[in-house]
Design a protein around this ligand. Structure first.
Ligand code: HEM
Length: 448
């Protein structure tokens, strides 16, 4: 049995370890971060030792005798395959390569695996990565080497099969060592399959283009929707003015007609509210909504709101009452936006509470600011339902209610965004069967 290098790099002979690598600047060995210890480990892993050195050195005479025919057959084989022939299409280059291949082959049997050996093998690997030779052709060719050598070696050691086996073993170790170094060089060179990389780039470009087109389409769609929604305000304003005029001169109208006009007016107002919700949520999302700051008398605001929705509430069998604390002073905020928040909360209470009782609008001072509540005695909500209230989610609520069926579902989303913009908070307290109260808390002076 021969002596392999132990994993720690010490030869089992007890002799001082050979230094495989001298630290050299600009070497590939340094670049791929292979130091003396790691190379020793590699040799130990292949079970390569001094016996193999000796066997390979012994093979050198054989190599010298056969190198020319081996190298010729090597290139004959490569020229038989389209992929490799394509690379070797220049006969002058093949002639040059044959010389280099001779040196390479003879070095295999030099029995001298030192730093220079590792370095030269890494350089050969890097040269093939550079010409973009796919690894399967490069590594596969090492097998060709073994085949070409073994055929001849069998005849060379015909009378000594044991020697033949040891020589093939030594040769295959050094060839596998070369293959490992070739892989290192490919990795170090950052080899990529260029055709594949190009294909990936093309796919990425197509994906990016598609995404760009999709975004542009979505923007165009959003702009169009915005325009349509915005343009609806005109004719709707006309309907509102006409119904208001008709209702003002209701003395001459039969009761049934007046009731229909009132119904048209309520529906048109609902529609206007939804349109404004859509447009303003959009404005707030884009940070384009600027708030005005003006003194707001909450008692008046709540009364106006109650008056506007009283008729609608009554049709649903509900009443709307207002309860304002005596010591409530005016706050400074955007009156129009706050009014629209209240409108949305009241419509929400009328539509979704299922209450047959009073819907109460409350306002009282709190911590230097105000607390405004919209309370109903309706069916209430579970915690899960409450969690979805201020989001754009259109998930159906439990017990069959669908929040967005009757409007755009943006009412409470608008409320949340508007109250946030005013520097306040909005919250909900509810429990199944126990009614719901939406509470808006605002500072005395809202942020603008
Ligand atoms: C066991 C496999 C192979 C070995 C040992 C080998 C060996 C060599 C050597 C020693 C060189 C010279 C490197 C230098 O300039 O330092 C070289 C270069 C070259 N080899 Fe190979 N080769 C192998 C496989 C292949 C294959 C499969 C092809 C493909 C047809 C190929 C094509 C080339 C080409 C085109 C060059 C010139 C590279 C350049 O211009 O930098 N080789 N080869």
């Amino acid at each position: 049995m021969r002596d392999p290098l132990p994993p720690d790099g010490n030869e089992s002979t007890g002799a001082r370890p050979r230094v495989l690598i001298e630290a050299r600047t600009g070497s590939l060995l340094g670049s791929v971060e292979l130091d003396d210890a790691s190379l020793r480990k590699r040799l130990a892993f292949l079970d390569y030792g001094p016996t193999d050195d000796a066997l390979l050195a012994e093979l050198h005479q054989f190599a010298l005798a056969h190198v020319d025919t081996i190298v010729d057959e090597f290139y004959e084989h490569l020229l038989r395959f389209d992929e490799t022939r394509e690379i070797l299409r220049d006969p002058a280059q093949v002639a040059r390569l044959k010389t280099l291949q001779r040196e390479y082959f003879l070095r295999l049997t030099s029995g001298r695996i030192d730093a220079e050996y590792f370095e030269s093998r890494l350089r050969v690997g890097a040269a093939h990565a550079r010409i973009n030779l796919r690894p399967e052709w490069y590594l596969g060719t090492y097998n060709l080497y073994l085949r070409l050598v073994m055929n001849r070696l069998r005849a060379y050691c015909a009378d000594d099969p044991e020697r033949l086996t040891s020589m093939i073993a030594a040769l295959s170790k050094v060839i596998f060592l070369d293959m490992g170094l070739a892989i290192d060089a490919y990795i170090w060179s950052g080899y990529v399959d260029r055709a594949l990389a190009q294909e990936y780039r093309r796919v990425a470009e197509v994906a990016e283009h598609t995404l760009h087109e999709k975004n542009a389409l979505e923007r165009a769609k959003a702009d169009l929707t915005h325009m349509i929604v915005h343009d609806l305000k005109g004719p709707l304003g006309g309907i509102l003015t006409l119904t208001q005029l008709a209702l003002r001169k209701r003395e001459g109208l039969p009761d049934a007609h007046a009731a229909r006009f009132a119904q048209i007016q309520r529906s048109a107002r609902d529609l206007m509210r939804m349109i404004e919700n859509i447009l303003e949520v959009e404005q707030m999302e884009e940070g384009r909504l600027t708030l005005r700051a003006e003194p707001v008398d909450l008692a008046l605001l709540l009364a106006e709101c109650a008056n506007e929705f009283r008729a609608t509430a009554e049709m649903a069998g509900q009443t709307v009452t207002v309860e304002v604390a005596d010591d409530l002073s005016a706050i400074v905020t955007d009156r129009w936006v706050l009014r629209r928040v209240l409108n949305n909360l009241v419509v929400n209470a009328i539509r979704h509470s299922g209450s047959r009782e009073a819907i109460r609008l409350e306002a009282s001072p709190e911590h230097g600011g105000v607390r405004v509540g919209v309370r109903d005695g309706g069916r209430g909500m579970t915690a899960d339902e409450q969690a979805l209230l201020f989001s754009r989610s259109h998930a159906p609520l439990a017990d069959g209610r669908v929040r967005s069926r009757e409007d755009t579902g943006l009412g409470l989303v608008f409320c949340k965004m508007a109250v946030d913009a005013m520097g306040g908070t909005i919250s909900v307290e509810s429990a199944p069967g126990a009614g719901t109260v939406f509470t808006v808390r605002l500072p005395a002076v809202s942020a603008s």
